[in-house]
Design a protein around this ligand. Structure first.
Ligand code: PLP
Length: 464
């Protein structure tokens, strides 16, 4: 499988190069050149464990990694918990009924959010590739809260890797911050930026788009700009369908996905493009609703970032959106470049000028849930079922209740409620043993102004 840039530049690269590069050389994002069709495999995949299924799917994308090596990497990535690492259930991503909906629990990994599912794999892949090549890597990531801790959990203590995480000072939840800053391993560096998550993401892109800096300091990406994350996330859509769908080809399932950077729901879109029978992809945002507005109107227009109960979705400019655009625009890199240039210049851009094309937006339906609706949903489901939803999951559930249609509907439960105790209903128990005691540990972080140059100098100082 070769990987190409959404902006049409540069030569296609193989999997291992795509893994290490993170972003394409021309500033675009890498995408598999074509997608396999798995529809003929669904029936035979029904009994597979999570790692077995992950191996079956991923091996189609990783033909420059020997199958036995991939097998070992996947088994290490999706292993049951040992010494506080790993997943706390062998099912890895259980599908459980909640009223007339289903929850896909993606929070059983080391940092209790769905990002572990992809980052555990990415961490083991980096480890493998660096051991093979003898090189070192400085991983740079920006986080609105959960990516950072999941990346740190995946890379802490690993040889040949440093990890630098940018997060918006004061805008993650307290527990999210502690999950990053209390990790004692010397290869972990937390950088609090005096700005928003979009600022962190912009700084990160500035550094990645500087070829000299990127090469000199051997930067690698763990954000969802790294296409390997998307491939890892495709797996749990297949897993959920296989656990749920009645026998027989074509039985459709809908998915509701609380969305920020458009990585998770885009993985669902890719799964559908690979032959998974998906009825609706319900895209749910909080008040930061640029994507909801886009899917309702065809116009992508930047707004102000607002703080909400679901900080991991407080994003206006969603980096994976470019991948969807590329797909929609017939994989035409120059059309993507014009769209992005128009968006950079004017703060808004539209698809196609006039009414968007036939069949648009396809399987997507979208909606948003504000704070009041999210709080109400958390209360309602707690009273009805005794179950506490974290505020991100609650956004997805709220919008699913409105837009679900007739097919069985799976709501992605993206975080454990214990990570966001302030949003829990009165009287609910939401603590988790992995979070207990973080407050007592020493914290390590540096606070830097919202400026790419200052971040660059900090990274240089650490690496020199
Ligand atoms: C990151 C995150 C999201 C948003 O996922 P995207 O892939 O950025 O759309 C939703 N919920 C939680 C808990 C997250 O950590």
């Amino acid at each position: 499988m070769r990987y190409v840039s959404t902006r049409g530049g540069g030569a296609p690269v193989a999997f291992r190069a795509a893994l290490m590069a993170g972003q394409a050389e021309d500033g675009g994002l890498l995408m598999p050149e074509r997608l396999p069709d798995f529809s003929g495999h669904l029936e035979s995949w029904r009994g597979l464990s999570y790692p077995d299924l992950a191996f079956e799917i991923l091996r189609r994308f990783t033909d420059d990694v020997p199958a036995s090596d991939l097998r070992a990497i996947v088994d290490r990535s999706y292993a049951p918990a040992r010494n506080g690492a790993g997943f706390d259930t062998v099912e890895i991503a259980p599908v459980v009924p909640m009223g007339d909906l289903y929850l896909l629990e993606l929070f059983h990994g080391p940092t209790l959010a769905f990002k572990d599912l992809a980052l555990q794999l990415l961490g083991h892949l980096f480890d493998y590739e660096l051991a093979r090549s003898g090189e070192t890597l400085n991983v740079l990531g920006a986080t609105s809260g959960d990516t950072g801790s999941a990346a740190i959990a995946a890379l802490r203590g690993k040889a040949n890797v440093r990890v630098f995480i940018l997060f918006p000072e004061g805008r993650t939840s307290r527990l999210q911050e502690l999950q990053m800053t209390t990790v004692a391993d010397g290869n972990v560096h937390c950088i609090a930026v005096e700005g928003t998550f979009d600022d962190c993401q912009r700084i990160m892109k500035t550094l990645f788009n500087n070829p000299a800096f990127k090469a000199r300091w051997r930067l690698g990406a763990i954000n969802s700009v790294n296409c390997v994350r998307l491939l890892a996330q495709v797996v749990y859509y297949f897993h959920a369908w296989l656990r749920l769908a009645p026998r027989g080809a074509g039985a459709r399932v809908s998915f509701s996905v609380p969305t920020g950077n458009f990585g998770d729901v885009f993985a669902g879109f890719l799964a559908a493009e690979m032959g998974l029978p998906v009825e609706r992809l319900i895209l749910a945002t909080n008040e930061n609703d640029i994507l909801d507005r886009f899917f309702r109107t065809g116009v992508y227009r930047r707004g102000e970032v607002r703080r909400t109960l679901s900080p991991s979705m407080d994003i206006q400019v969603a980096s994976n959106f470019e991948r969807y655009l590329w797909w929609r625009l017939g994989r035409d890199g120059s059309a993507v470049r014009s769209f992005m240039a128009a968006f950079e210049a004017a703060g808004e851009a539209g698809l196609g000028g006039g009414p968007v094309g036939a069949g648009w937006p396809g399987r997507f339906v979208s909606g948003s849930a504000d704070r009041a609706a999210t709080v109400a949903a958390i209360e309602r489901w707690f009273r009805k079922t005794g179950r506490v939803l974290d505020p991100h999951t609650a956004v997805g559930v709220t919008v699913a209740e409105e837009l679900r249609g007739d097919a069985p509907t799976v709501c992605l439960a993206t975080a454990h409620p214990g990570k966001f105790p302030a949003a829990a209903p009165a009287g609910a128990q939401v603590s988790h043993p992995r979070l207990a005691g973080l407050d007592d540990l020493p914290e390590r972080k540096v606070v830097v102004p919202n400026d790419a140059g200052r971040v660059a100098r900090h990274i240089e100082a650490v690496c020199s």
